[in-house]
Design a protein around this ligand. Structure first.
Ligand SMILES: *Cc1c(COP(=O)(O)O)cnc(C)c1O
Length: 393
């Protein structure tokens, strides 16, 4: 079984590029060039240098001793929370800004929901001196004021999306419209392992540095490259794709994907796509998608802004369908409890997205000698307000 993308841009039956004809030249240019650009020695050198000196990689692979003791297994945390800007998203935006430069683009657009991808994009545009326009739903702009301020400080222009539900989906539509109108000088930085081919594969490759590092770091600490399990939370699926990438075809490594169950999988307020989703098309790719019987996209819900996406990337849809990955759904309450536990056992305040991945240890037992690597995708600073309200701190 192949879990990577094939030449046609598919993972099994999922993926592809379902785009309006007017977008075809932009996406086709990227498709024809992305692998060659990424293979250039010059590109690799600049990417690796920036990951090291600017992002702060390699991120530590930390043996969480007290957490491991509590759950009677060996838990390692891949510390993406220690990256510049506080999460894994910067790995992808660094890669894509270098790609944009190699393609001769001078103007960058992005969509953002909670603002994390907008901040990561504004950051790399400042770094490279490129114009940056971030589309964001009007409702999200009001809800996420600190990230809007960050983007502005970094020199980005934040454009409100005023149509529809005025959230992420509408911001994405605005970004696509912009790209159609500016096909020559503009690159669209998508923030997760989603979108039309080649985006899911390109984003996965940029994020795959996570599993590349896990291999040698685990070898150093445990004498073997392969853990027994790799675990990550899934919104669109970029930190998960990066965490799994070098283990996809290692049969002795089991894969656990953690989705947000919100108030409960069957509550109607959830983002558990692998359980609730059906095949459909969103943002230019065929994947599992939460939708009504007549194909309308259902509004997802999770306490964590990064996980409330109505679909999953096509790679993860394929991993779910083939059974290569085990999917688990974690509620808001379970995630919040696990987040607080990490604070108190390890002195690390995790992003609420990452707390979902940590919550599996209450639900599932592992053997004492098993090694479980969890992607700690981001830090909790951005979530302080939510933690304060939830725990009445
Ligand atoms: C955005 C985000 C996620 C979800 O995005 P993926 O593409 O699924 O990784 C998870 N964790 C953090 C900290 C995030 O900022």
């Amino acid at each position: 079984m192949n879990y990577n993308v094939n030449e046609k841009g598919y993972y099994g039956v999922f993926g592809g590029a379902f785009i309006p004809e007017m977008l075809y030249p932009n996406v086709e240019e990227l498709r024809q060039k992305y692998l060659d650009v990424m293979a250039e020695p010059d590109f690799k050198k600049e990417f690796n240098q920036l990951l090291k000196d600017y992002v702060g990689r390699p991120s530590p692979l930390y043996f969480a001793k007290r957490l491991s003791k509590k759950y009677n297994t060996k838990i390692y945390l891949k510390r993406e929370d220690l990256n510049h800007t506080g999460a894994h998203k910067i790995n992808n935006t660094i890669g894509q800004i270098l790609m944009a430069k190699r393609l001769g683009k001078t103007r960058i657009i992005a969509e953002t929901g909670a603002g994390q991808h907008g901040v990561a994009t504004a950051t790399v545009c400042a770094l490279m001196g490129l114009e940056c326009i971030v589309y964001m739903g009007e409702i999200d702009i009001a809800r996420q004021a600190p990230n809007v301020a960050r983007m502005k400080m970094l020199g980005a222009k934040v454009v409100p999306a005023l149509s529809g539900s005025r959230t992420l989906k509408d911001a994405t539509n605005e970004a696509i419209r912009d790209w159609i109108n500016n096909p020559v000088n503009t690159h669209y930085i998508i923030g997760s392992a989603i979108g039309p081919h080649p985006y899911p594969d390109m984003v996965t490759r940029f994020q795959s540095v996570i599993s590349e590092e896990i291999k040698w770091q685990l070898k150093e600490q445990e004498g073997r490259e392969n853990p027994d399990y790799v675990v990550a939370c899934i919104g669109g699926g970029s930190n998960a794709a990066g965490t799994y990438y070098h283990f996809l075809h290692e049969p002795d490594v089991k894969i656990i994907a953690v989705e947000a169950a919100g108030l409960g999988v069957n509550s109607g307020e959830s983002a558990a796509t692998s359980v609730l989703g059906k095949e459909g098309i969103i943002h230019g790719c065929k994947t599992l998608l939460m939708q009504t019987s007549d194909g309308q996209i259902t509004e997802p819900y999770s306490i964590s802004a990064g996980l409330d996406y109505p679909g999953v990337g096509p790679m993860h849809a394929h991993l779910a369908k083939t059974g290569r990955a085990e999917f688990m759904a974690i509620t808001d309450d379970e995630a919040m409890t696990a987040g607080l536990e990490l604070c108190q056992l390890e002195g690390i305040i995790p992003a609420i997205e990452s707390s979902h991945a940590l919550a599996i240890f209450e639900q599932r037992t592992f053997k004492p000698e098993e090694i479980v690597v969890v992607s700690l995708s981001g830090r909790g600073d951005k979530d302080l307000d939510t933690y304060i309200k939830y725990f009445k701190l």
